[in-house]
Design a protein around this ligand. Structure first.
Ligand code: HEM
Length: 521
């Protein structure tokens, strides 16, 4: 009993301390006497705008914009957050010493904390991807195609694995027993595409040999999505203080059993013998060592000291590389296939481009230059990414003691500033009068490839921290679509347009089934 009371006192003291700190911080902000953006009035104390924001984000944000203008603040989960649109968002990206994307990310998803690493741990990844992946994309182009094709074929042939994501219908000729038709019904399609995408990414990250290991590819495919239930814990404790929610997440993550830990252990187990073998060979061969081409090798070379290495550090670097790459790429590929069946009027021309390329190709795989020539497909991918963008995203945390926007409004240190991406991507001035329509060829002959990030296209962010993996991702999506289009007739299972699932400001690919009918057997 005494122990329980003691515990209760400790908790009470802890919460009081946090409230005191919040009060002091709040007063400190007030003392700065800033000219803050208008705070949209709200009815319920503490809850503020949280319910309206999550219930119908698009219309709520539109209404606030119409009534309060370019910059306004909302009270969400116990915190004032600021929202900017097409006029002010470039200032957030330009002033990267004042605003930080990673710091904002850490509030909701403290990955370094989950991994027991310092905040700087993830700092090496952008350069690693920029130099060794996107900067050397030619080294990976053939490998990605080989692994993608293998991955799709394996998934379809290997009924057991495939049945997890839908059904395969195989028809044989009754007299000759010859296979005449294969129809796949993928439901939900995202799970399938996660596997398709994970194998070539694994081949790039840890080498082709390891990417044949099904258990490993399974972990590459699922480590991010298995984490999502943890991220979806409603941050009710944020109403008291954001720190509390973060701490609960860390406790749940670090001390309770969860699928992420299982994937991490498996990845570590699989890469350990490979790293050890490579280090042995590096030591023995010295200058004559022929370095394997993959990200694992780059990290091994960077982190080893006298041919010994902390394998946990390499594992965690692999984990963050997977987090950055697999989920985003497979989501985007799934959106593409949904838009393809939603907008069949563009299919003929896109398919014709793929057939021409296929006919003109003399080798087994395409070169990077040939992939760049899939211009119609590229424009279609960019249009898909434009219309399926999250309504509000790219949250940045204010780092300096305060920041003054060009219209005079100011935000204090620690303020989360969100960008109204939906508004930018559907703005008639930025996107033309047809902004509301899906036009697969919007970017064709405009010198505006899918990888180009600018003030009218923010899917990959903008400025100093623009996604360094975007060239790799777009190439992978292009090759996957090229192969799927040439080999399958793709249809939807209903007559309705497939719409993304919407949670608050986020869009996720629909679970609506897709039908793939093999063209020629
Ligand atoms: C279609 C797929 C992808 C999408 C939509 C996407 C989107 C993004 C976005 C929005 C950002 C934040 C940019 C900013 O702060 O302005 C980002 C950052 C990043 N992405 Fe991607 N990404 C994709 C694929 C990849 C891939 C395949 C990799 C490779 C491993 C990757 C690696 C990274 C890294 C390392 C960063 C952090 C950059 C930095 O902090 O400087 N991404 N990505």
């Amino acid at each position: 009993m005494g122990l329980i009371l003691n515990d209760a006192y400790v908790h009470l003291a802890f919460i009081s301390l946090i409230m005191l700190i919040s009060f002091v911080l709040l007063r400190r902000g007030k003392h700065l006497n800033l000219k803050e953006p208008p705070l949209v009035p709200y009815k319920y104390p503490i809850i503020g705008h949280t319910i309206d924001y999550y219930k119908d984000n698009e219309n709520f944000i539109k209404k606030c914009h119409a009534e309060y203008g370019e910059i306004f603040s909302l009270y969400l989960f116990g915190k004032v957050q600021t929202f900017v649109g097409k006029e002010l968002f470039p200032e957030v990206f330009r002033n990267h010493n004042d605003f930080c994307f990673n710091e904002a990310g850490r509030e909701n998803f403290p990955l370094e904390n989950f991994l027991n690493r310092p905040n700087e741990f993830t700092d090496t990844l952008p350069r690693m991807v920029q130099i060794n992946l996107s900067g050397q994309i030619k080294l990976y182009t053939e490998r990605v195609q080989r692994q993608l094709i293998k991955s799709i074929d394996e998934m379809i042939e290997n009924g057991k694995l495939f049945n997890l994501f839908g059904k395969v219908f195989v028809t044989f000729d009754s007299s000759t027993t010859q296979l005449i038709q294969i129809i796949l019904v993928l439901e939900p399609p995202l799970k399938f595409f996660q596997f398709i995408i994970a194998k070539p990414i694994a081949a790039t990250m840890v080498g082709e040999e390891l990417s044949d290991d099904k258990e490993l590819v399974n972990s590459f495919a699922n480590v991010t999505t298995d984490f999502i239930p943890f991220l979806s814990i409603t941050p009710v404790l944020n109403f008291i203080h954001p720190y509390l929610h973060q701490q609960v997440m860390i406790i749940v993550f670090k001390y309770l059993n969860n699928p992420f830990k299982m994937h991490r252990e498996l990845i570590k187990k699989k890469i350990t013998p490979v790293i050890e073998k490579r280090l042995r060979e590096m030591k023995e061969s010295g200058d004559n060592y022929v370095s394997p081409i993959d990200i694992l090798q780059r990290y091994t070379e960077l982190l080893h000291k006298d041919y010994t290495i902390d394998i946990d550090v390499v594992t965690d670097n692999m984990i963050i590389s997977i987090f950055a790459s697999v989920y985003n790429t497979s989501n985007s590929l799934t959106f593409c296939l949904h838009e393809l069946v939603n907008n069949p009027q563009f299919l003929k021309e896109i398919l014709e481009e793929q057939k021409q390329l296929y006919k003109s190709n003399e080798k087994s795989y395409y070169s990077t230059e040939q992939i760049a020539r899939m211009e119609k497909l590229d424009s279609f991918i960019k249009e898909t990414l434009r219309v399926n963008v999250n309504n509000v995203a790219l949250q940045h945390k204010t780092l300096s003691s305060y920041f003054t926007f060009s219209n005079g409004y100011q935000v204090p240190k620690g303020r989360l500033v969100n960008i109204r991406l939906g508004e930018v991507h559907f703005d008639k001035e930025l996107q033309s009068q047809t902004a509301d329509e899906f036009n697969a060829f919007r970017y064709l002959k405009k010198n505006s490839p899918a990888t180009r990030a600018d003030n009218s296209f923010l899917t990959f962010g903008l400025g100093k921290h623009t996604c360094p993996g975007r060239h790799f991702a777009v190439n992978e999506i292009k090759v996957a679509l090229h192969y799927l289009l040439l080999n399958y007739d793709i249809k939807k299972s209903t007559s309705e347009k497939i719409k993304p699932k919407i949670y608050g400001s986020f869009k996720f690919p629909s679970d609506e089934g897709l039908i793939f009918e093999k063209k020629s057997v």
